[in-house]
Design a protein around this ligand. Structure first.
Ligand SMILES: Nc1ncnc2c1ncn2[C@@H]1O[C@H](COP(=O)(O)OP(=O)(O)OP(=O)(O)O)[C@@H](O)[C@H]1O
Length: 245
């Protein structure tokens, strides 16, 4: 479904992604792991066409959506993205947060957008919070709203960027449980995560990035259990030493 080919991204003279090639198949859950600064978020932002590529391509269902002639807004409708810091509009109700883009950007009538918005809120376990404002919700609830918002266009691909990093530890579980449910429903997910245990449980494939390069990719039991590459082993040693595997 998603095919990233030879992706290069630079900031100034710093190469942040250096020739990334990655395929994500329909119904697959792929976890991106790697040290802070290895390029995980940048890769998700490039896939979502939030960044200009310096080289390479992003293909969605065989269509080169990174081609400048393709309307990025249309291409983006096939993908939902959730950021680590929720990015909800503080002055809008939960329901308005979810329905804003469908209504304003895509002209969906308010009644239809709200019907769909309420369905999505029910799906993330927040049916009774449609009229609440973000500040009235816990971080975990806000992140579940952000996930509902990302599902608004029934995206074929869900991009999750460290969706639990900004949460208090006791709120991490509820968001991971929601991601687990989405994975069990057969959604196609590409997610950056620091939660190794979660990656091991939920991902079909784990991809290790180091300094902008894709070093190793394979089933979680291989990459996290018997890594082939020395750099993956070093990374995992640090994780194990920190007690986070
Ligand atoms: N807008 C930007 N301008 C300049 N440099 C950037 C920008 N965004 C990211 N970078 C740099 O690109 C590199 C990769 O960053 P990125 O956020 O993709 O890493 P990451 O693996 O997601 O890290 P983390 O796990 O801490 O979120 C870092 O060195 C970062 O400082």
């Amino acid at each position: 479904m998603l095919s990233v080919r030879g992706l290069v991204k630079r900031y100034g003279d710093r190469t942040v992604l250096d020739g990334i090639g990655l395929d994500v198949h329909e119904h697959e859950v792929v976890a991106l792991i790697g040290s802070s600064g290895s390029g995980k978020s940048t890769l998700l932002r490039c896939v979502n066409l939030l960044e200009e590529l310096d080289d390479g391509q992003v293909l969605l269902d065989g269509v080169d959506v990174s081609d400048p002639r393709v309307d990025a807004d249309v291409a983006r409708r096939g993908m939902g993205i959730v950021f680590q810091s929720f990015n909800l509009f503080p002055h809008m109700s939960v329901l308005d947060n979810i329905t804003l883009a469908p209504r304003v950007v895509h002209g969906v009538p308010r009644a239809d957008a709200e019907l769909r918005g309420r369905e999505l809120l029910a799906r993330v376990g927040l049916a009774d919070r449609a009229g609440s404002y973000p500040e009235q919700l816990s971080g975990g609830q806000q992140q579940r709203v952000a996930i509902a918002r990302a599902l608004a266009y029934a995206p074929r691909l869900l991009l999750l960027d460290e969706v639990t990093s900004a949460l208090d530890p006791e709120l991490v579980g509820e968001v991971l449980q929601l991601v687990r449910e989405l994975a069990a429903q057969g959604r196609t997910i590409l997610m950056a995560t620091h939660e190794m245990g979660f990656a091991r449980q939920v991902a079909d494939r784990v991809v290790f990035l180091d300094d902008g390069r894709l070093v190793e990719s394979g089933p979680p039991e291989q990459v996290l259990g018997e890594p082939e590459q020395p750099r993956t082993r070093q990374f995992l040693k640090r994780i194990i030493d920190a007690g986070r595997l």
